[in-house]
Design a protein around this ligand. Structure first.
Ligand SMILES: [Zn+2]
Length: 486
């Protein structure tokens, strides 16, 4: 401890019934001391208070203080899509999503992303890794005060437009980086192996390596993708291509898995986040490990869309960095990391018929420090340790479904949900307290987002089979949604 500053009045000590540092054992009657957005002490409340006698004390009562959740995959701008494409399998769902997406303006996407940011803070998510198609998420995340890496989505299968696409990418990256506050990093998200050509994957990989940018891509999500990459067949080769106007472009059978395919084009390195990996086989897992790529595991989205369950045990056994992702409300409805942990634990135990595959402590670790490691943010967040940034939440455990707490990990994973979060702090800023926002006008944001939701409902009510006419955005240079929304 830095003795010179032990009497500093600008220190705040947050005390709670439990503190869960994640990187160390739980502390009963614990406290976290924060100065200038940085954690300076974690320990027994009595000790921390003795070390900082002048500090302001913020007693969070009967709660568990833990690191904020790191959501390693979402699309905040699809928050208002919740419930409009439920009960469709992955193939139908993505084909319909292509059509519905084209009906919103960038302003409406911003309203949708703002709702997502509100919901993230209220559910205890402090860091997000978000793929943004309309490019509005950086603004919503900045307003909300969240920490994140925002990957600008790139589509493109026509190599004749490669130069145009990369020029557009460069323009978008420069604009987004110039506007990004210190808590927000910009990366690129080539959408998926069935929407991005191999040459575009290569171009993006070298562009990002030259500039130190991170990359995220959906990969090995569905059986449709597997059939398309392996044998050039299935719904993506036919219905999907027809829908987006690519039916005249040659489909190649590559004869390999989607992960092997991306490896062949040099996509993977330690800055690559492979989203989903449901269809990953043992060779694929070894590729991910050998390239030190990380994985975003989205158990609820994958289950809801009927895609399957990613091989989490094998990924962890191989030592691949893995975090949990909620994916967007278009597929998983609520961005509740408690739900994500619980679904993961139950699914993997049920399928493997083995409780040792995942336990509550491992779930909490994956949802916090594991996610931070997957993003390369573990030097600053993911656990409560002196020197890390003060990203933490408090979960109310005063209600009867928690009592008595013998094991805080179990209480959180088996019993809690996002509504139990009442306090969220990012980089030392308290953004949510007693279930109210300190910066955001929740009522206005919700009201505006409902208007967007009504428009989407009306769009779906007209039928989501109007052909490629509305999918004009797909043909424009990546990210330029203006033509699509006019
Ligand atoms: Zn996604």
């Amino acid at each position: 401890m830095d003795r010179a500053n032990t009497h500093s009045p600008d220190v705040t000590v947050y005390r709670a019934e439990w503190v869960l540092p994640v990187s160390a054992a739980p502390i009963a009657d614990g406290a976290v001391a924060v100065r200038d957005g940085q954690i300076i002490a974690v320990g027994a409340a009595g000790d921390v208070r003795r070390e900082h006698p002048q500090a302001a004390v913020d007693d969070l009562g009967q709660s568990i203080i833990m690191p904020g959740f790191v959501n390693t995959h979402c699309h905040l701008e699809y928050t208002t899509f919740r419930g409009i494409l439920d009960d469709e399998g992955f193939g139908d769902w993505i084909i319909d999503l292509v059509e519905v997406k084209a009906s919103l303006t960038p302003e409406e996407y911003l309203l949708s992303a703002r709702l997502g940011a509100v919901e993230s803070l209220a559910s205890g998510i402090t860091t997000i890794a978000d793929s943004t198609y309309a490019g509005v998420t950086p603004a919503a995340v900045t307003e909300a005060g969240l920490r994140g890496r925002l990957y600008l989505e790139v589509f493109g299968i026509d190599d004749k437009r490669l130069d145009e696409t990369m020029a557009d990418v460069d323009q978008r990256v420069q604009a987004a980086r110039a506007a990004a506050p210190p808590l927000v990093e910009i990366g690129l998200a080539p959408h998926a192996p069935y929407t991005v050509s191999s040459r575009l994957y290569q171009e993006i990989a070298s562009y990002c390596r030259e500039r130190g940018l991170s990359v995220a891509s959906h990969v090995a999500e569905s059986r449709e993708e597997l059939a398309y990459i392996r044998s050039g067949s299935g719904r993506f080769a036919h219905d999907f291509r027809e829908k987006v106007g690519w039916e005249r472009m040659l489909v190649q059978p590559y004869g390999v898995s989607p992960i092997k395919y991306l490896q062949q084009w040099g996509a993977f390195d330690e800055h690559f986040l492979a989203v989903h990996c449901v269809q990953a086989n043992s060779d694929d897992i070894r590729i991910l490990k050998s390239k030190n790529a990380a994985v975003a595991h989205c158990p609820k989205s994958n289950a809801k869309l009927g895609c399957g369950i990613a091989p989490l045990r094998d990924l962890m056994h191989e030592g691949v960095r893995v975090g949990f992702g909620t994916d967007s409300p278009a597929s998983s409805n609520i961005m509740d990391m408690f739900d994500e942990m619980r679904v993961a634990l139950f699914l993997h135990r049920a399928v493997e018929r083995d409780v040792s595959v995942l336990d509550a402590q491992k779930c909490i670790r994956i949802a916090t420090l594991g996610g931070a490691e997957a993003l390369g943010f573990d030097d600053r967040v993911g656990s409560l340790e002196p020197g890390k940034r003060a990203d933490f939440i408090a979960v109310d455990v005063s209600s009867s479904h928690f009592a008595p707490i013998d094991n805080p990990y179990s209480a959180l994973v088996y019993g809690a949900n996002q509504d139990d979060v009442f306090f969220t702090c990012v980089d030392g800023d308290v953004l949510y307290r007693d279930r109210s926002f300190t910066r955001l006008d929740e009522e206005t944001i919700r009201g505006e987002s409902f208007r967007v939701r009504e428009k989407l409902r009306a769009r779906v009510a007209r039928g989501v089979d109007v052909g490629a006419a509305e999918s004009g955005w797909w043909h424009t240079a990546a990210g330029d949604t203006r033509e699509a929304t006019g």
